[in-house]
Design a protein around this ligand. Structure first.
Ligand code: SF4
Length: 130
């Protein structure tokens, strides 16, 4: 497996709201089952709670991504100038969030895809105007 294939799962393409609706469907199905003494059902309910906790973390991560995309010194008119992503498709990045510049460098439009900033180690705050 290549490095880029390994990175793919770190790119957050799903939204918490997608997961929320899936969890709600599972909860509705669990409500139909009235056998709380069944260990499998209890285990499923615990798993559902874990998913809700995960969704909360995703929401926090998304807020961090948005904030970083707006305040990072490398974000220029909504585009990240720090990273050149050679093969965005291998990272799972949709083509509509990629801008190709005159040097053929491919940059992520973080205004459209702030999730790219969530775990970025290059973040630096923009210099304050004096
Ligand atoms: S946080 Fe990282 S990905 Fe986001 S704009 Fe800054 S350098 Fe680019």
């Amino acid at each position: 497996m290549s490095v880029e294939e390994n990175l793919k799962p770190s790119i957050l393409l799903i939204s918490p709201s997608d997961i929320e609706s899936d969890i709600k469907k599972i909860e509705e199905e669990l409500k139909i089952i009235h056998n709380d003494s069944d260990d499998k059902i209890l285990k499923l309910k615990e798993d559902v709670q874990r998913l809700w906790n995960f969704v909360e973390w995703l929401k926090i991560a998304q807020v961090q991504g948005i904030w970083k995309s707006k305040t990072c010194r490398y974000s220029d008119n909504g585009k990240c100038n720090a990273w050149n992503v050679n093969e965005p498709e291998k990272l799972g990045l949709p083509s509509e969030v990629i801008e190709v510049d005159s040097n053929s460098s491919k940059h992520v439009i973080v205004d459209k895809f702030p999730n790219f900033c969530i775990a970025c180690p290059l973040y630096e705050a923009k210099a304050k105007r004096s």
